[in-house]
Design a protein around this ligand. Structure first.
Ligand code: ZN
Ligand code: ZN
Length: 147
């Protein structure tokens, strides 16, 4: 790694890989870096298109496996998508999503109240809730203004 400005989470990448017995390769580093700066909840294919500019020989499969590994070791999340390609989320902290039904965009939003939702008793009785997220479906600003 040269002395370029680093994302704080990128600095911890090597540490996390080590703890997960994952070798730190320039390719893995690049995939993680690009995922961190992405705001699109990218698919594997979107990430592949970006990373192959830097590593022309990288395979789709490598990008796919790497991103699934990131999700497994907890440094990325897979967004809730019903059908269609998996969408990856670099933000593993509490946040919520707006899904545009027109362009498929997933937009993050934050809300403290939603982070602390009251779980109804009838849910709690038969279901151990591990996490929750509020999802609004609708039309994004861009789609609403495009005729
Ligand atoms: Zn849209
Ligand atoms: Zn998100």
């Amino acid at each position: 790694m040269q002395g370029q400005a680093k994302h704080p989470r990128l600095e911890r990448f090597a540490e996390i890989c080590k703890a997960s017995h994952l070798k730190v390769t320039p390719q893995r580093m690049a995939i993680y870096r690009e995922l961190l700066i992405s705001t699109e909840h990218p698919t594997v294919d979107a990430m592949f298109q970006i990373v192959k500019k830097e590593f022309p020989n990288i395979s789709y499969d490598t990008v796919s496996r790497t991103m699934l590994t990131f999700a497994q070791i907890g440094i990325a999340d897979i967004a809730e998508v019903y059908g269609g390609a998996k969408r990856f989320d670099p933000d593993v902290a509490d946040h919520h999503h707006l899904h545009c039904v027109s362009c498929g965009n997933i937009i993050d939003f934050h809300n403290d109240q939603y982070n602390n939702l009251d779980i109804p008793d009838e849910v709690r009785q038969n279901f151990r809730v591990l996490s929750s997220r509020v999802v609004f479906k609708g039309i994004c600003e861009k789609c609403a203004t495009t005729p």
